[in-house]
Design a protein around this ligand. Structure first.
Ligand SMILES: [Zn+2]
Length: 479
């Protein structure tokens, strides 16, 4: 008989789903020192310091969100750091902060962190985070090197908001690739838009390089052709670029955008213009006002430590109080596009779009898990496939090889889902509960940095881990 405690905690009687190890069934999961120590049919009660009863619940490797928003390079009326608790409450355990700023992200994690593992990109904004409109390769190189030193893992091109020329966009991809930094693209350049015209440029912009093409669903909203035609074209493009791109799509109907208008009253950003065009509103301040009053558009506000959407006059007031520079949302993502992008496969059974993301965090649309579970209920995905799209493949995309599965020694990052609701009921990071019954209970978080960011991470006071993008799918077989 074993008399010493072998496990710090044991998740008892769950349905463990771990496709990597071909496991789907009733097992106990034992955790020791933050790692998975055993998956076994029955772990004796006396071997555990702590028992967490998960009878009847689905226990999967934690959701890794490859597109979230937890910081901003700018001061925002709604603090992006609310996104930590919001993501945690939806069941996410690891996130890629897609267009913020690593310094702002780390500060937000210290203030409002909820236990997530977070890697951060910096959004490239001319005259703000990068000096020029047409930066030279050497300027781009220096900006990327600086981001890595400040604890970021790379940069994002914000083509729908701050487009560069196709040439500069290509230089950003190349310079990021040359220093093995992450590079993500919300498509669109000075020659195109945040739609299929933008996506069609991306193979040439990618060149021989590697690129994370962000939220594929955002370019298949029917702005150029019918949504189903755009989806098929996007899927063919993804196949052609299979060895060079990593991709994700989200499942919310609501998008996120910004209502900024210039002095003449015209909407500044292409994404916001498209939202109004989609319903026949003028792309002006009058159009925005009408869309908000009609309940088509919503504005982001803070309520009780979370960001929520409001509409009608309340939304107009928020937008005016921000001098039009307010975060807005419109229900512009067709469910048909979302469905096809989430489920489309190659002949070999692997998925065309690598991951299901939220594009949420501080935007209240953290529905990746519940909508993926709806697809499982619908029969469009198996439970194994849900885990592959929510956890395993995202772990490979980012090179987080000790996540995404329950092999002995893997990180004990776990999302527990109630099959009755399809929602996460509990989650753990490194064996510690960060969410229980839909409530964030974690604090702080773990900052995921590159080797160059070790110094700043050490002095931040935050726990941190060093990522190696050599291991990522983005840089697989990269010479
Ligand atoms: Zn986004």
């Amino acid at each position: 008989m074993v008399t010493t405690q072998q496990f710090d905690s044991v998740l008892k009687n769950g349905r463990i789903v771990d496709p990597t190890n071909n496991i789907d069934g009733a097992f106990d999961l034992g955790i020791r020192h933050g790692k998975v120590a055993a998956v076994a049919e029955n772990i004796a009660l006396e071997l555990a310091d702590d028992i967490i009863d998960v009878t009847g619940q689905i226990v999967m490797p934690g959701h890794i969100d490859t597109h979230a928003h937890l910081s901003s390079p700018f001061n925002r009326s709604v603090d992006r750091a609310y996104g930590h608790a919001m993501l945690v409450e939806s069941g996410t355990t690891t996130a890629l902060d897609l267009a913020g700023d690593p310094t702002a992200m780390a500060n937000g994690m210290l203030r409002r962190g909820a236990g997530l593992n977070v890697a951060s990109l910096m959004g490239l904004v001319p005259h703000s985070t990068i000096k020029e409109d047409d930066p030279s390769p050497s300027v781009i190189r220096d900006v990327i090197a600086d981001v890595k030193k400040r604890g970021g893992i790379g940069v994002k091109l914000l083509g729908g908001y701050h487009p560069f020329t196709p040439e500069v966009s290509a230089d950003v991809v190349k310079e990021a690739n040359d220093q093995l930094a992450w590079v993500a693209f919300h498509v669109g350049t000075k020659d195109s838009g945040s739609d299929m015209t933008g996506l069609r440029e991306v193979p040439e912009i990618t060149g021989a390089g590697r690129l994370h093409v962000a939220h594929i669903n955002s370019y298949t909203r029917g702005m150029v052709d019918e949504p189903h035609e755009e989806v098929q074209e996007a899927l063919r493009m993804i196949e052609r670029m299979r060895s060079q791109w990593v991709t994700e799509a989200y499942l919310a109907q609501a998008n996120g955008t910004n209502g900024l208008c210039d002095e003449a009253g015209n909407l500044v950003y292409n994404v916001a213009q498209n939202c109004l065009k989609a319903r026949g509103y003028p792309t002006t301040d009058k159009g925005i006002r009408a869309a908000l009053l009609d309940g088509y558009g919503s504005a982001l506000v803070e309520r009780g430590g979370r960001a929520v959407l409001v509409t009608g006059q309340e939304a107009v007031d928020v937008w005016e109080a921000a001098s039009t520079d307010a975060s807005l949302s419109f229900p512009v993502n067709p469910p048909t596009s979302a469905f096809t992008l989430a489920t489309a496969k190659y002949d070999d059974g692997s998925f065309r779009v690598d991951a299901i993301s939220t594009d949420g965090g501080s935007l209240p649309r953290n529905v990746a898990i519940e909508r993926t579970m709806a697809l499982v209920a619908f029969g469009a995905l198996s439970m194994d496939e849900a885990v592959i799209k929510l956890s395993y493949t995202p772990s490979r995309m980012l090179g987080l090889l000790s996540k995404g599965h329950f092999t002995e020694g893997a990180d004990a990052d776990i999302t527990v889902i109630d099959p009755a609701t399809g929602r996460a009921s509990m989650s753990l990071v490194a064996g510690e509960l960060i969410m229980y019954m839909g409530r964030a209970i974690g604090k702080g978080g773990t900052w995921l940095v590159l080797e160059e960011g070790r110094g700043v991470a050490e002095s931040s006071g935050l726990p941190f881990e060093v990522m190696e993008l050599e291991n990522s799918q983005l840089y697989e077989h990269w010479e």
